[in-house]
Design a protein around this ligand. Structure first.
Ligand code: ZN
Length: 157
């Protein structure tokens, strides 16, 4: 099912999401809907709070396939940082240069309940950090530097 994406400044985007304790039918349905919605919108990632569901669930394009991750946590990040241009489905037509750790390790569970640890770099590392931030109500504009924040002020008018 396609879901409506909440756009900034919808207050739900600032809320903290709850842990997914159990993979139920509802959770599987939400996972599928998130994946479908992300693909329809040509996104690279989508987090459940962006469709108004306060669950710790994200979907990311990995090797051109949508993959769902439950309760993802960044457990390690590199000191080295990298700047890349980011967009967000909750901020149509806004693209900002954001600096983040270059590589991260993420602990997560897939929809079959299997725990895993993923090492990510490049675009995937950036996407994991961006989407996991959404689960804590953190948005990419919060990570932007001074000039990028200023750019955003102009873009949103
Ligand atoms: Zn986003």
């Amino acid at each position: 099912m396609l879901l409506e994406i909440k756009k900034y400044p919808d207050p739900v985007l600032r809320k903290k999401a709850e842990k997914v304790e159990k993979v139920t039918e509802d959770i599987l349905e939400l996972a599928q809907s998130l994946a479908e919605t992300m693909q329809k919108e040509d996104g690279l990632g989508l987090a459940a709070p962006q469709v108004g569901q306060l669950k710790r669930m994200i979907v990311l394009m990995v090797n051109k396939e949508p993959k769902v991750f439950l309760n993802p946590v960044v457990v390690k990040k590199s000191k080295e940082k990298e700047t890349a241009e980011e967009g967000c489905l909750s901020f149509p037509e806004v693209f900002l240069e954001i600096k983040r750790p270059k590589t991260v390790e993420v602990e997560t569970t897939d929809v079959s309940g299997e725990r895993m640890r993923i090492s990510a770099k490049g675009l995937l590392a950036c996407a994991f950090q961006h989407e996991i931030d959404h689960l804590d109500g953190i948005l990419f504009i919060d990570r932007a530097g001074f000039w990028q924040k200023l750019k955003f002020r102009f873009l949103k008018k």
